[in-house]
Design a protein around this ligand. Structure first.
Ligand SMILES: [Zn+2]
Ligand SMILES: [Zn+2]
Length: 249
């Protein structure tokens, strides 16, 4: 019975692949399996792997010797969170995929992107952890129709079997876009702009929170969200970005 069912599934999948052959998620070229990259796009996609900063996931030169190392940013800017990772470095094919997911309604990228994030986050994950997305202000949510960070955090939480609290954090006011702002301006722009949802405040005491965002640039957004979680009694906070903007990228 089980074997028949598997055979049936394989046949159905085969028929589906005849009608809709698997495509590279970045360029649309034919590939062997669903949700994959073609070899050319794979080479052009900078994964944040190897030795990475333990606070933000930025790749670092040198070999991983099993002890935490930090990038220049994380050595000079106070980071209220404990550890961090990113799946991608924000450039080349990775940048194009992030932008397509963020603005171009390529929601089909959610599954492969979340899979890469889950792999990057493996060293941070622990039982009982609460995942929460960086919030969008409701005006921006109306304009964009979905919070891309919430889609990613939901998919990562589900795959990891961890609790997802989609409305843990709230924007208290609309802030101007962070684009084009210098680092200090980015931190000032967000000051006091995020709070814990009063209806969720009770569940943070003693918990370890993993904050999820699409792109980490200065870290200002993660910092203001981490501060809010810690003030509400979270034991500690880690962060996970889909892509990290690296200085030399
Ligand atoms: Zn491709
Ligand atoms: Zn760093």
């Amino acid at each position: 019975m089980g074997r028949d069912f598997t055979g049936l599934r394989r046949a159905a999948l085969g028929a589906l692949h005849v009608m809709f052959p698997p495509r590279c998620i970045a360029c649309g070229a034919g590939v062997a399996a669903d949700f994959g990259l073609c070899p050319a796009c794979w080479r052009e996609t900078p994964f944040a792997s190897g030795l990475v900063c333990d606070k933000c996931g930025a790749p670092l030169p040198g070999a991983d010797e099993g002890k935490p190392e930090y990038c220049d940013d994380c050595l000079t800017i106070a980071r209220p969170w404990q550890r961090g990772r990113a799946a991608l470095v924000y450039k080349d094919a990775a940048r194009r995929m992030v932008l397509a997911f963020k603005h171009g309604d390529r929601l089909d990228l959610r599954r492969p992107l979340a899979g890469w994030m889950l792999r990057a986050a493996a060293p941070l994950l622990e039982p009982g952890m609460v995942l929460a997305p960086v919030p969008l202000h409701r005006l921006r949510l109306l304009k964009r129709r979905y919070n891309q960070s919430a889609l990613l955090s939901g998919a990562v939480a589900r795959a990891a079997g961890l609790t997802h609290v989609v409305d843990l954090l709230q924007r208290t006011r609309a802030t101007r876009s962070q684009e084009g702002l210098h680092r200090d301006e980015r931190f000032a722009n967000l000051s006091g702009a995020v709070r814990i949802n009063p209806r969720r405040a009770g569940l943070l005491a003693g918990r370890h929170v993993l904050l999820v965002d699409d792109v980490m640039t200065s870290g200002a957004t993660f910092a203001v969200c981490a501060d809010a979680c810690l003030a509400a009694g979270a034991e500690n906070v880690s962060v996970l970005a889909l892509a990290r903007v690296a200085k030399d990228a």
